[in-house]
Design a protein around this ligand. Structure first.
Ligand code: R5P
Length: 298
């Protein structure tokens, strides 16, 4: 059987290369650009008829990327691809998972419907599952969520002396506790209250006993950075060492990265689910394992 074809829509060369090596895929050639009026053009230059196609898509700042992704998937299907799988290392639109005001749209559901109608399967890394337990609740195609906690734990274990893992809020406890177990390090979870898109309050309990540890803030996403920035400031005021900030997905809206460094983070580290200077943890082998699990026997 011919090799699967991997199209790198994310423009994330290193990750695409790692996946191609791990999965034995052939690189796909695709032309995507904008017409002068802003509409999208797509052309697939690699033969896909009868073959398995994988689309590697970056879905941070998703609104500009989703239509080209849907068109690429539709074109591959139209050209006879046997199946079209989506590798989305960062899965967008997972945080609006409920109606917080009576007339809001639950966009995580609408987004899931759109993707489920376009592809045959999905592999991602640590989607923001908070009020939902699994992707199957909103995605109607087979969807696998891989967990980066062991990779974060390995990085922390090798790079940080006497780490104390800190989760900024209850939602982060699932990641923090898993990473702490892997790193064999103690952990605490703080209390956060979000007052708006860019306003959060963090309550820090008595952390006197951890003064000789290096605080390591762990979260799934850094978006505006407010959660981590407020936590870094509180830890500083409490007299702890400058913390290391570790996240799976570095979305870094606006100047969030610079602001987090300026707030006093000793280091800011992310996995390469979104291409960024802070990438230090490679998820290619993890994603490849997810793809193999999902496609075995197909
Ligand atoms: C929320 O529950 C998440 O786990 C993160 O804490 C949050 O998304 C981070 O957002 P921001 O960087 O905008 O504070």
């Amino acid at each position: 059987m011919s090799k699967p074809v991997l199209f790198d829509l994310a423009g994330h060369g290193a990750l695409a290369h790692g996946l191609a090596t791990a999965l034995g895929t052939e690189p796909g050639r695709i032309e995507q650009r904008r017409f002068p009026d802003g509409e999208s053009y797509v052309r697939i230059d690699s033969p896909v008829a009868g073959r398995a196609v994988m689309l590697l898509a970056g879905l941070d700042r998703p609104d500009d990327k989703v239509l080209p992704l849907l068109f690429a998937a539709a074109t591959a299907r139209d050209l006879g691809a046997r199946e079209v799988g989506l590798i989305a290392p960062y899965l967008a639109y997972m945080r609006q998972d409920a109606r917080f005001r009576a007339v809001e749209g639950i966009t995580s559901i609408y987004f899931a419907r759109a993707l489920s109608s376009a592809v045959d399967w999905l592999v991602t890394v640590d989607p923001h599952l908070h009020r939902r337990k699994s992707l199957a609740e909103i995605y109607s195609v087979p969807a696998v969520a891989m967990h980066a906690a062991p990779l974060l734990a390995e990085w922390i274990g090798g790079a940080v002396e006497r780490p104390l893992l800190i989760g900024p809020d209850a939602e982060s406890s699932q990641w923090v506790e898993a990473v702490a177990r892997g790193a064999g390090a103690p952990s605490i979870v703080l209390e956060k209250q979000r007052r708006g898109d860019r306003a959060v309050d963090i309550a820090v309990p008595d952390i006197e006993r951890w003064r000789d540890h290096t605080p390591v803030l762990v979260d799934d996403i850094v978006s505006t950075g407010r959660t981590m920035i407020e936590t870094v400031r509180h830890l500083k005021r409490a007299g702890l060492r400058p913390p290391v900030c570790v996240a799976v997905h570095g979305v870094f809206a606006g100047d969030a990265y610079e602001a987090l460094r300026a707030a006093g983070a000793a280091r800011v580290i992310t996995a390469n689910t979104i291409h960024h200077d802070s990438n230090a943890i490679d998820v290619a082998p993890l994603i490849a394992e997810g793809v193999r699990t999902l496609t075995a026997g197909r």
